[in-house]
Design a protein. Structure first.
Lengths: 193, 489, 197
């Protein structure tokens, strides 16, 4: 049981997907200018991450390994992720059309989010069991959400600040992200996994 | 004989500042009546109580006390001295907008008999409201809200605001020392007619003489009320309505709610004294004004007829040239700069402050946070300033901009000299305007949708009638055919 | 990695099967998550000023709101002013645009005024007013209620004797606007949000 807890903490903080492994930077920069859209995006990505890591494990163990077709894993995982993302988009359009309009193009772009594919492939690399895959996905989702929400809070304040012209916009956002990454390096060495 | 219960405040004020009070200078001299000026000026729309129209015409002779302006809210302004109406035309105002606006001019001459309001043997709440309107009584503490509009039927507590926390101001202090009897009489009259159960007086601890006079007046009063006198520590802005309610009663008035919603009515002592005088037949035609500042040779309080040009009062206090001195109407924190010294005093003018100009260069915000420590409403002025200056009014409203009391304590502590209170005044006005626009748009949408619904309904009814006619016709036709068929057989 | 043909074909078939399964699942999801109407339109309509004037090119505020939900430009409403454009931009999470109108005429708040000497009581303007702001009946005097008039000027054209004029709305004589203090010089850029002056 503690091993599963350690997996979550490791995926969320120590090896945070955005600030330590530098995956999934596209939605991180693109959706974080407002707190409400960041919250919506993090929920959507969290759902997709968890679902796709489980589905990827299922595909791998039920289809690819019996047929000795592990060389197809990237394609198969992408198909699973794409279906999950489309499903999420349809559900979101029904439940919150405003959020759907605000997230816009970034919602289908979760398909190409390297963090999502990364979780699926890392599960394979580390030969996680079903439970471990699921928890790894949950941990990655928690870490991604945490960082996205923190970053959007900071960016909302930056929007009203006196930033010098050369630094305004994406520049100060990236510098801030760099500082946050430095801060997250403080977690390294906490868990050896 | 009334009872007086004296106690210290047990609810300290959060935030606030301790500026130098500068009050002793203007209390040295005895407060006298100002000699009548040669001309009195009365703004039609800015005398308090909303837009107004003149009740007299050019050339009319008026007595002291003749009603001359009727305002939208029912408040009537009376001539402060006898004279002849010489003009009704535009003139600069002692107002943040500087005017000019339409004013009524009276050239004063020798006093004749004054016009008084009729005496009554007994009073009711409605009669008191009527009297307050006729006597032109509004909040003399600075806001100028028509007093009768606060006197509803659900009140239980009267709080007399004797704090006068702003530096330089000593007008209320002087009034409480000289006319404490009228203050207590006005309070008793209000309490008896509105069925109030509690009278509380809040007073700062730097006014021992006023406290003595109030205690004496309470002892000599013939009512049976218990007066709770709460002494609050000297701090700015302990005299703010909500701040004083917290200090004296320990009650926090929530955001968006008013003291009258909680059954509490707060009044300036001058307002209550004016009420007492109006019960004796005298409309509100004069008030105590503090004339002070480094550039005034003889700082003092003076009883001024309403409508006196500011210049006349400053001359009386020994000022003969203005140069580039800065005239502030009101205190150094909540007052505003006025450039035209010929502007007249109105009922809400409590202080004339003449000093050397104190403009300091404005620098960018350094996020020191001193303003957040000073704010008595526990807002975040540095955040609100960022949002308002960027035009993000909705965000500022979310952070509590509507609760700002514009006390300018944040102005006083800001090391960059940023005029924060002016930003918030502008922001609050813009928020209100936006809310009004939204309300107008909502009303328009409702009317549009109602109209669409009505037109659809009419069209449907017409269609139904047409269908009914057709069925009726075809039925009749069928009957006729059947009858013909039967006949031909 | 075995390179025999069977493995290749089986793998390809598996992938194809997987894709088909996903497609079928999605088709069920599309039917289940069908959206009727568009609640986004309500949020947009709540921001528009409801003058129903048609200056945006659509027959009313709600059709324009529906168009915006479908991708129409947000800066086509002159009565709303730059304020409305900015609020729409904030709602939809897009960058604000400058108002697509002559700023001088757009800014004046106007109401209709019927010149009573010339009115013939034909009720054509009453029928044209989208918010029922004109009081009157056949052969009787018509008058505009200024508090209800939104200044859309749809009543001007139908009047057969041309007796309606647009005049600036009269403000109460004691209104005044506290202006914003001077902007201190600093290095920041404005990020497309209008400053209220």
């Amino acid at each position: 049981m503690t091993e599963l807890g350690l997996i979550i903490v490791s995926a969320a903080l120590v090896n945070n997907f955005v600030l330590v492994q530098f995956l999934g930077l596209c939605p991180f920069m693109g959706v974080s200018s407002r707190l409400d859209s960041a919250l919506g995006m993090s929920l959507a990505t969290a759902f997709v991450l968890t679902l796709s890591s489980v589905v990827a494990y299922a595909i791998q163990s039920l289809l690819l390994i019996p047929l000795d077709a592990m060389w197809l894993k990237t394609l198969a995982f992408i198909v699973a992720i794409a279906v999950a993302v489309q499903f999420t988009e349809l559900a979101l359009k029904k439940t919150s059309p405003l959020l759907h309009a605000v997230l816009g193009i970034y919602l289908p772009l979760i398909t190409t989010n390297c963090a999502v594919l990364g979780v699926a492939l890392l599960n394979t690399n580390r030969a996680h069991s079903l439970a471990e895959s699921a928890f790894y996905g949950v941990g990655a989702a928690l870490g991604f959400s945490l960082v996205l929400i923190l970053f959007s809070g900071v960016r909302e304040r930056l929007a009203f600040a006196d930033i010098p012209t050369p630094f305004a916009g994406a520049s100060i956002a990236l510098i801030t992200a760099g500082f946050m990454a430095l801060a997250f390096m403080g977690f390294s060495g906490m868990i050896r996994l | 004989m009334s009872e007086c219960q004296l106690r210290q405040s047990t609810h300290p004020l959060v935030g606030g500042i301790h500026p130098e009070t500068h009050k002793t200078e203007s209390l040295k001299q005895q407060c006298m009546m100002l000699p009548t000026p040669p001309e009195l000026i009365f703004p039609l729309h800015f005398s308090g109580g909303g837009p107004g129209h003149a009740l007299v015409s050019v050339g009319d002779r008026v007595q002291q006390g003749t009603p001359i302006i009727q305002t939208e809210s029912g408040i009537v302004h009376a001539a402060s001295r006898a004279g002849v109406v010489t003009a009704i035309s535009e003139h600069p105002l002692a107002h943040p907008s500087q005017g000019p606006s339409v004013c009524l001019f009276i050239r004063t001459d020798s006093a004749g008999p004054s016009l008084t309001l009729p005496l009554r043997s007994s009073w009711t709440a409605e009669a008191l409201r009527q009297r307050a309107m006729e006597a032109g009584i509004l909040g003399l503490g600075g806001a100028g809200f028509p007093s009768h509009q606060k006197w509803g039927d659900t009140l239980h507590t009267l709080l007399i605001n004797g704090a006068e926390c702003e530096p330089y101001l000593t007008a209320d202090d002087t009034l409480m020392q000289q006319d404490a009897d009228a203050v207590i009489q006005g309070a008793v009259a209000l309490a008896e007619n509105l069925n109030l159960t509690r009278i509380v007086i809040g007073i700062e601890d730097n006014k021992p003489d006023a406290l003595e006079q109030l205690k004496k007046a309470i002892a000599e009063s013939s009512s049976s009320y218990l007066f709770e006198v709460v002494v609050v520590p000297t701090k700015y802005p302990s005299g703010g309505e909500r701040q004083l309610i917290w200090l004296t009663l320990g009650l926090e008035i929530g955001s968006g709610r008013r003291p009258v919603d909680h059954g509490i009515v707060v009044h300036n002592p001058g307002t209550l004294a004016a009420l007492a005088h109006s019960i004796d037949g005298n409309p509100l035609i004069e008030r105590v004004v503090t004339v002070t500042g480094d550039a005034v040779p003889a700082p003092q309080n003076v009883i001024v007829p309403i409508g006196t040009p500011i210049r006349h009062i400053l001359n009386h206090a020994g000022v003969d040239s203005y140069g580039d001195l800065q005239l502030t109407v009101g205190g150094p924190l909540m007052g505003f700069t006025v450039h035209a010294t010929e502007a007249p005093v109105v009922k809400t003018t409590n202080c004339l402050l003449l000093r050397a100009p104190t403009q300091q260069p404005i620098e960018p915000c350094i996020r020191c946070g001193l303003c957040a420590e000073a704010c008595p409403v526990q807002l975040q002025p540095q955040r609100l300033f960022q949002m308002v200056s960027h035009g993000a009014l909705a965000a500022a409203g979310h952070e509590g901009l509507a609760d700002c009391i514009e006390c300018a304590a944040c102005n006083a502590v800001c090391p960059s000299h940023i005029p924060l209170a002016s930003w918030f005044q502008h922001g609050r006005y813009s928020l209100q305007e936006e809310a009004q626009q939204t309300a107008i748009a909502d009303q328009a949408r409702q009317r549009f949708e109602a109209r669409q619904a009505r037109l659809t309904r009419l069209a449907q009814e017409q269609e139904a009638r047409r269908k009914a006619r057709r069925t009726q016709n075809s039925d009749m036709l069928a009957k006729v055919r059947a009858a013909r068929g039967a006949k031909s057989e | 990695m075995s390179a025999n043909w069977l493995n290749l074909v089986l793998g390809a078939l598996a992938l194809t099967g997987l894709t088909f399964a996903g497609g079928i699942l999605l088709s069920f999801a599309v039917r289940h998550f069908r959206v009727d109407g568009n609640p986004l339109v309500d949020s947009i309509d709540a921001i528009l000023p409801q003058t129903q004037c048609g200056q945006c090119g659509h027959p009313g505020c709600r059709p324009y709101a529906e168009a915006i939900a479908g991708g129409e430009l947000i800066n086509r409403c002159p009565p709303g002013g730059q304020d409305t454009v900015d609020r729409l931009a904030e709602l939809l999470g897009v960058d604000s645009l400058p108002l697509d109108a002559d700023p001088e005429t757009a800014a004046i708040d106007q109401v209709a005024l019927i010149i009573e000497e010339d009115c013939i009581g034909c009720t054509k303007c009453i029928q044209a007013c989208p918010v029922d702001a004109i009081l009157g009946a056949a052969k009787l005097m018509h008058t505009v209620l200024p508090d209800l008039c939104t200044g859309c000027d749809l009543c001007i054209a139908p009047c057969p004797v041309d007796c309606i004029e647009m005049v600036p709305r009269t403000m109460a004589p004691n209104t005044w606007t506290p202006l914003a203090p001077e902007i201190i010089s600093s290095d920041r850029t404005t990020t497309g949000v209008a400053l209220h002056v």
